[in-house]
Design a protein around this ligand. Structure first.
Ligand SMILES: [Zn+2]
Length: 413
């Protein structure tokens, strides 16, 4: 019996399932086989954090993140110093705790009357105070009242960029979803409320976050049996015991530690994971339209991490890139691709809102050999542009167009 066809069919099935696998949204890899991360964070340096929280965390060997304001810490400076020395993370929560003047208690420090300059000074003052008084470096921030803006109306501005500049991560409050480690903005991480929640109420969020390999940053205030803005010791015990059961696959760690892991993992996987991203020019003016930052649209378009390229298998497949440029300009488009001699020769179109470059996919030698060549000139308008690469004609569902690694737009001066 000739086993060759069967073997070939078998190989094909393996190959197809491989492509299927990578067509899905990439799954974030947490350390040591964990399935998700949880961070416990508490705002305002309330006394109950020291009295009720620290003994409980010590009992389980858990480290939490405390977003503190100096005036509250001063009431128990030695105890807070000890907590920091003990490995709990101390984060910045500003000096004055400014919030919207809609909170009557915040009228004299209303965000509506703040400016970015005033906020930046305050952020740096709080960092300096924490570093001098608690002898620890500040990496993380939490927005008071979860309000990431200063000013009002025509003069309202986000201060997320300030937080992004001075901190590893900033946390919001009363968010409705966990942090996705591939997409979440480090300058404004979702923070989900755990005050006055039972473990049973939080469990569905944990389960959902686990399914998507996400990061649940829980935020609370007081710690105790119950009361206003209080995370209950009962829920904390149940949550920690659940997290510490190996089979539940939870990495329980302070916000800064997880943020650092997410940052470095994003960097190290950036060229093998397809995450469509708004693209901006590099400092030298070049714009890199890569397979990693493009969006595949179509029935069979595939991002192939082993080749760091998109593969085209039908005439309806296309890749789109969204680009934001500070000024309009002309660019030379340089394409890097591969194609077998058999599949070469099909016409392609590269277009940007009405303008188009047309060409023929020239042979590169083989699917394994990538070639680089200028394909034409493209004008980008100031602001948002959407660029699309696709076959010029529908070649049906047989064959392939090319494997496309990258199109570099080089400014023409
Ligand atoms: Zn607060």
């Amino acid at each position: 019996m000739n086993t060759k066809p069967i073997l070939l069919a078998f190989l094909l099935i393996i190959l197809l399932s491989f492509f299927e696998l990578y067509a899905q949204t990439p799954h974030f890899i947490w350390p040591e086989g964990k399935k998700m991360a949880v961070s416990l964070t508490f705002d305002d340096a309330r006394d109950s954090n020291l009295e009720q929280g620290l003994p409980l965390f010590d009992e389980y060997g858990v480290k939490a993140t405390f977003f503190i304001v100096p005036s509250s810490v001063e009431r128990n400076l030695e105890a807070w110093k000890k907590a920091a020395k003990n490995g709990h993370e101390m984060g910045n929560h500003t000096v004055e705790h400014p919030c919207s003047g809609n909170f009557v208690w915040a009228r004299h420090k209303a965000l509506e009357n703040y400016t970015l300059g005033k906020m930046e000074r305050e952020l740096l003052d709080a960092n300096k105070w924490i570093e001098e008084n608690l002898d620890t470096k500040v990496m993380v921030f939490a927005y008071p009242c979860g309000q990431p803006y200063v000013g009002a109306g025509l003069y309202q501005e986000s201060y997320v960029p300030l937080v992004a500049r001075h901190f590893l991560a900033g946390r919001n409050w009363l968010s409705e979803a966990p942090v996705d480690p591939f997409y979440g903005d480090m300058g404004l991480l979702n923070g989900m409320e755990m005050d006055n929640k039972t473990f049973e109420e939080l469990l569905p969020q944990i389960t959902a976050a686990k399914e998507n390999a996400q990061w649940l940053v829980l935020a609370g205030h007081d710690i105790g049996e119950g009361g206003r803005q209080t995370t209950t010791t009962k829920m904390l015990r149940q949550l920690i015991e659940y997290a510490q059961q190996e089979e539940n696959g939870i990495w329980l760690a302070p916000m800064g530690e997880v943020a650092e892991y997410v940052r470095t993992t994003r960097e190290s996987t950036a060229d093998t994971v397809n995450i469509p991203t708004l693209i901006r020019p590099e400092s030298n003016g070049r714009i890199l339209l890569t397979a990693e930052n493009g969006r595949g649209v179509g029935p069979r378009i595939e991002y192939m991490p082993d080749w760091k390229a998109f593969g085209w298998f039908t005439g309806k497949d296309q890749v789109e890139w969204e680009v934001d440029v500070p000024s309009s300009g002309r660019y030379l488009a340089v394409m890097e691709w591969s194609v077998s001699d058999k599949e070469a020769g099909k016409p392609f179109v590269f277009e940007n809102q009405g303008q188009r470059i047309e060409g023929i996919v020239k042979p590169s030698g083989s699917w394994e050999t990538f070639k680089t060549k200028a394909i034409g000139e493209m004008r980008l308008r100031k602001g948002y542009n959407k660029l699309v690469f696709k076959p010029k004609e529908d070649f049906g569902s047989e064959g392939a167009l090319l494997d496309l690694k990258e199109i570099i737009l080089q400014p023409i001066r």
